[in-house]
Design a protein around this ligand. Sequence first.
Ligand code: UD1
Ligand code: MG
Length: 449
Amino acid sequence: MERSSLTIVLAAGDGTRMRSSLPKVLNPIAGQPMLAHVLASVPPGNNSAVAVVVAPHHQAVTDVVRRLRPDASIFVQGERLGTAHAVLQAADAIAAGVDDVLVVFGDTPLISASTLERLRTPLAQGAAVVVLGFQAAVPTGYGRLIMEGDQLAAIREEIDASPLERMITLCNAGVMALDGRAALNLLRRIGNGNAKGEYYLVDAVEIARQLELKTSVVETTEDEVRGINTKAQLAEAEAAMQRKLREAAMAEGVTLVAPETIYLAADTKFGKDVTVEPFVVFGPGVSVGDGAVIRSFSHIAEASIGKKAIVGPYARLRPGAMLGENVHIGNFVEVKATTIGAGAKANHLAYLGDAHIGANVNIGAGTITCNYDGFDKYRTEIGAGAFIGSNSALVAPIKIGEGAYIGSGSVVTKDVPDNALALERSGQTVKPGWAQRFREMKLRGRGQR
Ligand code: UD1
Ligand code: MG
C-alpha cells in the first residue's frame, strides 16, 4: 500500500527583511509566487494532503492557496511562537491519521518533489524523525546537525550553540519528515526554554532520541534549500530557478541561442523544434507550438503561439493573445486578448486588442484597434483574408468582412461588408510643377541677399 502523506507548509512569516508590503511567500520566482513552487513539490496523488499555516492578516496568502490547492486545509497561527507552535496549528490534520508528516517552509521555494520523496524513505524503514541537511558554505544562522554515527542526536540553533557546535557545517534545511503516529506526541513535548523563548520544531529530534525512536538525516545541496529572507536572496533564487528552467527547456530540445539571456516562467510550455533568440522574456501561462521562432527582445505573457509562428523581434504578446499556425507578429506589434487565425500577418507597428482576426488577414503597419473609449472596451472582428491598409484606425465595436480592403490611413467607424473597399480620407490635391516653382522662388531670394 502506498503511504499517505500530509505536507504542512509554514507560511506565517511577515518577511520583515524583504521590506515589502507583499507577504514574503507571495514574492514571485519564475512568474509564480514562492508558495506555488513549494506547493508544486508536495507528493502527487490522492493519498497526499496539504495544510498551510498562515498569519491572521495575510488574506492574500489564503487566496493564493485556495486557487492553487483548493483541497488544502488552512490554519491560522495567531501568534508567532516558533516553528513547532506553527506546525501544531495543523494538529487536527495530523490527528486525522496519516503515515508521513512533511514540514516545509514557504520561503524555501527551490525544494524539489524528489527530495521530499527521499525524506520519506527512512520513515518507511521505521525512523520517527528525518531531517533534510546540507553542507553550508557559511553556516551562520542555521541550526547545526549534531550527529552520533549515522543517527542524528540533536539540532542546535545558532544562538543556543556552543562555540564547538558552531564549527559544524552540516546544517538544518528546515524540512522535516515525521512519523504520523509519533508526530503529535513529539510536537506537544517541545518546550520554549531556549535563548529565543520559542517553540523550536528542531527539538523534535532530541525528544525522539529520549523516547528511543530512530532519527536520521537526508542530505541535499545548499542551492535547493536556500531560504529567502531578503530581496538579494530572492534574486539569487530566481537566478538558480532560471538556470534550472533553461536547462530543462534545452533538454527537451528547445534551441536557446543565448540561454543566459532568456527568462522563463515555471509553466512555460514548448513544442518541438522551437527557437528562441537572445533576450526574450516569458511571463506566466505561455505555450509555444512546434517549429515556432521567437525573435529577440520579445515580451510574452499568458499567450499561446501556434505552430511555425514567428514572433518578434520586439513583439509584445499580452494576456489572451492566441496566435494560430504560421502567424507572423513583427517588430513593435502589441497583441492583447486577440485571436489571430492561421497565416495572418501583422509585421510592423500595430496595436491589436480585444479582436478576432481571421486566417490570412494582412494587418498593415500602423494599424490600431481603437478598443477603449475611456470607460468600456469594445471588440473588433476582422474576417478571413481581409487586408487592412497601413495606418488604419479601426474604431470598435466594428466588423470588417471577409476579404474586405481598408484603404491606408482610414479611420473606420462603420462595419465593412465582405469583399468591399472602405476608404476614409480626404481627396488628394496635385499641383503640377508647383515644387519646381517653389524652389526657384526660394533660390532667387537667396541670390539677392
Ligand atoms: C529555521 C530552523 C533552523 C534552520 C533554518 C533553515 C527552527 C527552530 N529553526 O530557522 O534550524 O537551519 O530554519 O532556513 O525551526 N514560521 C511560522 N511561525 C512561527 C515561526 C516561523 O510560520 O511562529 C515560519 C516562517 O515564516 C518561516 C519558517 O517558519 O517560513 C522558518 O522560520 P524562521 O523564523 O525563518 O526560522 P529560522 O530562524 O530561519
Ligand atoms: Mg528563515
